[in-house]
Design a binder for this molecule. Structure first.
Ligand code: SAH
Length: 249
């Protein structure tokens, strides 16, 4: 089993696979300033088990295509679809975010929480723009520095983990350079990271290690999660996920 598959197993029973919350998904939707009485076609890319897909499907009309590379995550989402009152139809699609068979200009909105880093921010927002209508909305959350400078221990850690680590202003510049108008942005608050992400994640480590603890990579994943969580608690003033709401121009 490779690292990605192990990570999938670690995260499979959790509600979220990255920092986020219902409140911030709905805040991003408000900031997109779209008419909620209309029907839209939306893609939710890197949806995981679909926490934000369900939140969106409760507010929106039309169709949401929820995309993830792991069908195991999509099966969890399918369960949630049947258990919730939704105003939008949700379809699932197992595909890689950098190789999508959607039509040009197919979507009114592309949503992606905590996932675009898998293909890189610049790459992802540029590629997905092909599938957005002119004037369509991109709502994407992405790890970002929230201050202009930071302790070097922290800077070294995240630069080592993610080569596109940048400030909020830097991320907005990338969006502008890729042909978007940035309509709004905000920074995810602490509960998105702690209550909704690290706490349940660290709680799932024991069961994960019982199954996969004999694999080196599995133990490394667990150690890195703990290190990341410790870093977050120590340095949360310097980084978060930025949520960027932008329009294709
Ligand atoms: N949006 C969810 C999941 C975020 S975690 C949430 O916020 O809870 C990132 C997700 O991206 C995971 O579900 C992972 O399976 C998915 N992913 C990783 N690489 C991918 C790829 N190449 N194509 C599609 N999805 C991918």
């Amino acid at each position: 089993m490779n690292e990605m598959e192990l990570m999938m197993h670690l995260h499979l029973d959790n509600k979220r696979q990255g920092p986020g919350s219902t409140e911030t998904t709905w805040l991003a939707l408000d900031l997109a300033r779209i008419d909620l009485t209309r029907s839209y076609r939306i893609a939710d890319i890197g949806c995981g088990t679909g926490a934000q897909t369900i939140d969106l499907a409760q507010k929106l009309k039309g169709e949401i295509v929820a995309v993830d590379i792991f069908s195991e995550f999509l099966d969890k989402l399918k369960n949630r679809i049947t258990c919730n009152e939704l105003s939008a139809d949700v379809k699932t699609l197992s595909a890689s975010m950098d190789n999508l068979t959607f039509a040009k200009d197919e979507f009114d909105m592309i949503w992606s929480e905590g996932a675009v880093y898998n293909m890189g921010f610049r790459n992802g927002i540029s590629y997905w723009k092909n599938f957005l209508k002119l004037g369509g909305i991109l709502a994407v959350s992405e790890l970002s520095w929230t201050t202009n400078s930071r302790p070097s221990e922290l800077e070294d850690f995240w630069n080592g983990e993610y080569s596109e680590m940048d400030t909020v202003a830097g991320k907005m510049k990338v969006l502008e350079e890729a042909g978007y108008r940035v309509l709004a942005h905000f920074i995810l608050p602490e509960n998105c990271w702690t209550d909704n992400y690290y706490i349940p994640l660290l709680q799932s480590h024991n069961a994960f290690l019982e199954k996969f603890g004999n694999i080196d990579t599995a133990r490394k994943i667990v150690d890195l999660d703990k290190q990341e969580s410790d870093f977050y608690n120590k340095y949360k003033d310097f980084y978060s996920y930025g949520f960027y709401i932008a329009q294709k121009i």
